[in-house]
Design a protein around this ligand. Structure first.
Ligand code: PMP
Length: 455
């Protein structure tokens, strides 16, 4: 074998890595002037390690992806093994890994989802879902919700309610996406109070369906992710499914982030026994070691394409190197009993996070499920106004959450901060001692937010 020209040893200093990256790459979802990326040289278990050897507890599992923790040796080996065996074959052919993974998905996915399309990201899997929903129903509109994120391409961005859509408008408009209010019992967008509301937010959605012709599907993150880990009340998703069924509208569950044990169930919909028509997932399916997304549908949805063209496909669809690591990931999750572990660790973490609220006036609400939590910061407890606004985020203004997150980094904890909340979602292998450390650091760093509130 000829010598590989990429040096296996670090050939660049940390400063060079950062400088070259900043100069030659785009930093996502930020003003470029503010981008000062941390050079990560290594990672193991629940920790990431920077170019100077400093270790950080990974409290977000890198965008809520690395559920198995970093560098799981079985999954790492599966990548190498598949690369040696058969790195690529066009998706019109098939491979054993494709058949094996599909059969495994039947066991772990909510009942009724029996046909799979393999893509390479959550975004792509959502694009497939939209096309499948539209083609199979012959209808065009899709209802999403304001606090949502569904992807970065034109249609998935069009379906995204959060302000990341704003700079892309008006070009993502006109793709048939409509927005309903999110479910948020802490700060209800339609000013109701649970449980007296009778889940009025679902009724609102029904009102939209009844007043719009041509609705193909409703898409929801069953537990909203980046936009604040909004856990719906138990009645919401069953009621929404019932509304969708009654109006002959498909329910798409976007479980890109909430799937794969994150909420203490294989999929978030399992918490309420909801069986969607289409489920989209990615991230945790391979712990993000390789890029894989899946769009899963019922046989009923799939049946349409027996006699109609399935007008979709990608070069990297069902890419063997993405599929074998998914098999390894599922097997590792089962061996380590990670779904149950997420639930029990969540029961340990939740009360500790909730207790912080008593000590920090800046905390409005702490909510979550499994190992999926949000700490939301507010200006005051009456108005519940966010400490920073979405507009401030989009204008590139300095945000309090980012200052808190920077302070946590100094203390050795890496966390995701978004507008006015933190998302806390460590790898599912996390230990109690790690969680204790995380809460201790969050507790210390939140004094910055408390000071901001005090003005
Ligand atoms: N849907 C949800 C709920 C997500 O959280 C994300 C990514 N954060 C996406 C879709 C898009 O996935 P990707 O970034 O893999 O394209």
């Amino acid at each position: 074998m000829s010598e590989i020209s990429v040096s296996p040893n670090p050939a660049l200093s940390t400063q060079e890595v950062v400088d070259l990256t900043r100069r030659l790459n785009y930093g996502t979802w930020r003003y470029q002037r503010d981008w000062n990326p941390l050079h990560i040289a290594d990672a193991e278990g629940c920790y990431i390690i920077d170019g100077n050897g400093k270790r950080y507890l990974d409290l977000s599992a890198q965008l809520m992806c690395v559920n198995l923790g970093h560098k799981n040796p079985v999954v790492v080996e599966s990548i190498a093994e598949q690369a040696r065996r058969l790195p690529y074959i066009a998706p019109g052919h098939t491979t054993e890994v494709r058949a094996q993974l599909s059969r495994m998905l039947l066991d772990v996915m909510p009942e009724g989802l029996t046909k799979f399309f393999f893509a390479t990201s959550g975004t792509e899997a959502n694009e497939a879902a939209f096309k499948i929903a539209r083609l199979s129903t012959g209808k065009s509109k899709i209802i999403s919700r304001y606090r949502s994120y569904h992807g970065a391409t034109m249609a998935s961005m069009g379906a995204t309610g959060d302000p990341r859509r704003w700079p892309a408008e008006p070009s993502v408009k006109g793709q048939g996406f409509l927005f309903a209010p999110e479910v948020n019992c802490y700060k209800c967008p339609i000013k109701h109070t649970y449980p007296q509301c009778g889940i009025a937010c679902a009724d609102y959605l029904e009102h939209m369906i009844e007043n719009e012709s041509d609705v193909a599907a409703v898409i929801v993150e069953p537990v909203v992710g980046t936009n604040g880990v909004l856990v719906p009340p138990a009645e919401y998703l069953p009621k929404l499914l019932e509304i969708c069924r009654r109006h002959n509208v498909l329910l798409i569950a976007d479980e890109v982030m909430s799937g794969w044990g994150r909420t203490g169930s294989w999929f978030a919909v399992d918490n309420w026994g909801v069986k969607p028509d289409i489920l989209v997932t990615a991230k945790g399916i391979t712990s993000a070691y390789v890029p894989l997304g899946v769009c899963a549908t019922t046989a009923k949805v799939a049946a349409h394409f027996d006699d109609h063209l399935f007008a979709h496909g990608h070069t990297y669809e069902a890419h063997p190197i993405t599929l074998y690591p998914a098999i390894a990931t599922i097997q590792e999750m089962q061996r380590l009993d990670l779904v149950n572990r997420a639930r029990s660790m969540g029961e340990y973490l939740g009360p500790k996070l909730r207790a912080l609220k008593d000590r920090h006036p800046s905390i409005g609400e702490v909510r979550g499920l499994g190992l999926f939590w949000a700490v939301e910061l507010v200006k005051d407890h009456v108005s519940k106004a966010p400490l920073n606004t979405r507009q401030e985020k989009m204008d590139g203004k300095p945000l309090v959450v980012d200052r808190v997150a920077a302070d946590m980094m100094k203390r050795g904890v890496s966390v995701v901060a978004w507008i006015s909340h933190f998302v806390i979602a460590p790898p599912l292998i996390v230990e109690k001692a790690d969680l204790d450390f995380a809460v201790e650091v969050l507790d210390a760093s939140l004094s910055i937010a408390d000071e901001a509130v005090a003005g």
